[in-house]
Design a protein around this ligand. Structure first.
Ligand code: MN
Length: 241
């Protein structure tokens, strides 16, 4: 199983979740929301080659923590994964839209200078604005749109720009998400939990819930669960080579 967008550091007992992932051999991209969380989160899983820690600065924290961009720059050489980054156009985040754009732009530029990174990107209520910046700023990095919820037109544009997608429990549940997934290239899809922010069965989603996501994905693709899992693993291999 592959969980390519999970906030391990934000569970009440991160070590317990890490131990479960190790026991079950789950591949995890552990994302962070601020650069100052990276060292500690990375230390949780350093010994396990299947769990990687991404360096992030979440758009919802762009105003409060924009000053951590300096630390972001310092830590960037230590990892090839960046996230969670992006833009959020929700009403409560519009108040600091310009700070969000400044932070996201700076990060995309730093990643290019560093030779490119694998990036997991938030685009809620701002898919076009995210795509505009990716189009203008990204050549060497690989953008993965996590929980993409734009229109079909925006999806087509994202595909043309070479974006990948990570899909999770909330997306596979609704009709809109399922329709979007059915139009995404199968060779550019990964699975994610986005735990603990997403709820599954009235509790925080866990990397172990990826089985449920694979099950739904298999239905959408009219594939068996085994071949669905094989496709996702093949995708991860291709992403990393
Ligand atoms: Mn997230």
């Amino acid at each position: 199983m592959i969980d390519f967008h999970c906030h391990l550091d934000l569970y009440p007992d991160p070590q317990k979740v890490v131990n479960e992932c190790i026991a079950k051999g789950i591949y995890v991209l552990s994302v962070t929301t601020v650069p100052s969380a990276w060292e500690g989160t990375n230390a949780l899983t350093k010994e396990n080659p299947r769990i990687k820690t991404a360096l992030g600065l979440h758009p919802q924290l762009a105003r409060e923590r924009g000053f951590e961009l300096t630390l972001f720059q310092t830590l960037l050489p230590k990892t090839k994964y960046v996230g969670e980054i992006g833009l959020d156009g929700s009403p409560n985040c519009k108040a600091f839209w310009q700070e969000q754009v400044n932070v996201f732009t700076a990060i995309l530029e730093l990643c290019e200078i560093a030779g490119g990174r694998i990036m997991t990107i938030h685009s809620r209520n701002a898919p076009s604005e995210v795509l505009d910046l990716l189009e203008n700023k990204v050549v060497k990095s690989t953008p993965i749109l996590h929980w993409f919820s734009g229109s079909f037109k925006e999806l087509s544009r994202a595909i043309e720009l070479g974006c990948w997608f990570s899909v999770g429990p909330a997306m596979v549940k609704g009709t809109k998400g399922q329709n979007l997934i059915s139009k995404m290239p199968r060779d550019r899809i990964l699975t994610e939990s986005d735990g603990p922010f997403v709820q599954v069965e009235n509790r925080a989603a866990l990397p172990t819930d990826i089985g449920l996501v694979q099950k739904s994905l298999a239905k959408i693709w009219a594939e068996t669960e085994v071949s669905t899992s094989a496709i996702i693993h093949e995708n991860l291999r291709n992403l990393l080579t």
